[in-house]
Design a protein around this ligand. Structure first.
Ligand SMILES: [Zn+2]
Length: 283
């Protein structure tokens, strides 16, 4: 039985010809041994760091490509007393992320009402599902896009790798009629990376492509370092990145502020011209 909310969401998905996920949640904490060290992360010199970049007028990545339609991105970041996060997708790949369907954190996970999830204002997101513990960034074109090119996932802030999973089947897909996730008989486990930041905040990156994880536990990464590639492993019906933020005690946080006021946001800037968070690393 599909709820009215899910039916509405499905109608919207079909109407917009989107192939998307309905459940990118944590898969429940698979603890299988981590694969061997696959070498260090490739430092991404194009990722934006305000302390190494020029003034506002000159704020394009070093390879000269614009990270977004912003051609004069304001690089300043107001200090906020906690780790600040950049958009966790490589600037050159963000054009493949659907800014119009960002599936956010459920602010009322205990609710079993027909509004399956609630944002800060108590309303359902455009697309959401109950108990979602992160933010989903969907890939335009789904597998067709991720088969044609890698969509690179990068560290949203500097920190230490605390957990990885890799090697799991990455072509899980969903039935839009039943919302069931099908991993073609494979175990439904998300390939993932967890990072602990200097102030204890934790960021998590789920559903990565099989054998794409480029970091290992204990490794230190800088903001913008490559972690892996967007895939569809675990509870995912289409390629997307599930970005999850938790405090030092493990409590769930929403990186978005309710009012677009960046002082209340964990993003360096939560919405720039293309509708996605800014690719600006904290100094
Ligand atoms: Zn998710």
């Amino acid at each position: 039985m599909i709820s009215a909310c899910k039916k509405m969401f499905l109608s919207m998905l079909l109407a917009t010809s989107l192939v998307t996920n309905l459940n990118g949640c944590d898969d429940g904490g698979n603890r299988e041994p981590a694969p061997p060290d696959q070498g260090g992360p490739a430092l991404d010199a194009t990722f934006l760091r305000p302390d190494t970049q020029g003034p506002t007028e000159d704020a394009t990545p070093r390879d000269g490509t614009a990270p977004s339609p912003d051609t004069a991105l304001d690089m300043s970041i107001a200090p906020r007393g906690h780790t600040v996060f950049a958009f966790p997708i490589h600037p050159d790949d963000r054009e493949h992320i659907h800014a119009g369907l960002i599936i956010g954190v459920d602010h009322d996970p205990t609710s079993t009402s027909r509004i399956l999830c609630e944002n800060y204002e108590g309303r359902g997101f455009p697309g959401c599902y109950d108990e979602h513990e992160g933010t989903d960034f969907m890939v335009w074109g789904g597998f067709e896009t991720t088969d044609a090119q890698d969509i690179r996932v990068v560290a949203a802030a500097a920190g230490t790798i605390t957990r990885i999973e890799d090697g799991h089947y990455d072509r899980c897909s969903g039935d839009l009629n039943t919302l069931d996730v099908d991993c073609n008989g494979h175990e439904m486990v998300a390939n993932r990376v967890h990072i602990r930041h200097a102030d204890g905040l934790q960021s998590r990156y789920l559903h990565l492509k099989k054998d794409s994880v480029l970091v290992s536990v204990g490794m230190t990464v800088q903001c913008g370092d490559l972690l892996g590639m967007v895939g569809s492993s675990g509870r995912s019906i289409a390629p997307h990145l599930h970005f999850e933020l938790r405090d030092a005690s493990g409590a769930l946080l929403d990186p978005y502020s309710p009012d677009d006021n960046e002082m209340n946001s964990y993003w360096s800037r939560q919405r720039v011209a293309d509708g996605l968070p800014a690719p600006i690393c904290s100094p």
